[in-house]
Design a binder for this molecule. Structure first.
Ligand code: ADP
Ligand code: MG
Length: 238
């Protein structure tokens, strides 16, 4: 494959990344693929926010993450960059590769926003097939498209419906699960849907959980869905 060399080269660079002692200020300080670098550049993202600078290096190395930072702190790129990169390095791309990442969002509106950022930074150079699963289309139309997807952005109720009813929807290759705005997912009452979704997913995946607030319910969810997570909390400057 065309990308074999660069994926292998990046794998080594990520392995060499010293997350304990390194200082990472700009996206350019990280070993990222050319398509991600140019997507970020085209969107005029250069300096990382605090949560990005802390979460992305660890997530690139495969760690599970529990990240808390207030609204507006840049959590979306904190998970989208690792999703693109970790799937790229694993060459989990194209129709036959299967689903590599599932991103769960509390509402359709937020899912659409995430999808737009994904398109903005990953849409030009990357070859992933990405889709939104938030209802509004027939279950059958969605089911047909699901088979080809590498990255899905979805709401809990709808994706659970497919996991339980769409026989052709396989999550066996899933490498990454992202739970965005986990506090809101739980506030809306999706706790049992999330538990059921997680039951369907391979246990040896990487999980990134982001939340604006650290609630008891969030730590309970973290306890059930994350493995030895890195805790990253970004506080407002006084
Ligand atoms: P959160 O999910 O934490 O509420 P978002 O990911 O939605 O935050 O980002 C909030 C805003 O900050 C968005 O408008 C986004 O484009 C912008 N943003 C995110 N990261 C950066 C960055 N590294 N540099 C400049 N702007 C950024
Ligand atoms: Mg957000």
């Amino acid at each position: 494959k065309r990308d074999d060399v660069s994926a292998e080269h990046l794998e080594q660079a990520v392995a060499d990344l010293d997350v304990k002692n390194g200082t990472f200020k700009d996206f350019a300080d990280l070993p990222l693929s050319e398509p991600t670098k140019s997507g970020l550049k085209a969107a005029h993202f250069s300096a990382m926010t605090d949560i990005q600078a802390k979460a992305i290096p660890l997530a690139l190395k495969g760690a599970d993450i529990l990240g808390a930072a207030k609204t507006g702190s840049g959590k979306t790129l904190s998970f989208l960059v690792p999703v693109l990169e970790n799937l790229y390095r694993a060459q989990l791309v194209g129709q036959d590769a299967g689903l590599g990442a599932m991103i769960i969002s509390p509402t359709r509106e937020l899912a659409i926003q995430i999808f737009e950022v994904l398109r903005k930074i990953g849409g030009k150079g990357h070859l992933f097939a990405a889709g939104l699963v938030i209802g509004g289309k027939s279950l059958k139309d969605e089911a047909n498209a699901l088979e080809r997807m590498n990255i899905l952005v979805c709401t809990p109720g709808r994706i659970l419906q497919h996991l339980s009813q769409t026989a052709t929807f396989s999550v066996d290759n899933l490498k990454m699960l992202v739970l965005d705005e986990a506090d809101r997912i739980l506030d809306i009452g999706f706790q049992s849907a999330l538990d059921a979704i997680i039951e369907y997913l391979p246990p040896d995946r990487q999980t990134l959980l982001f939340s604006a607030t650290q609630t008891k319910k969030v730590s309970e969810l973290a306890r059930l869905s994350l493995k030895e997570p890195e805790y990253i909390a970004v506080h407002e400057a006084a």
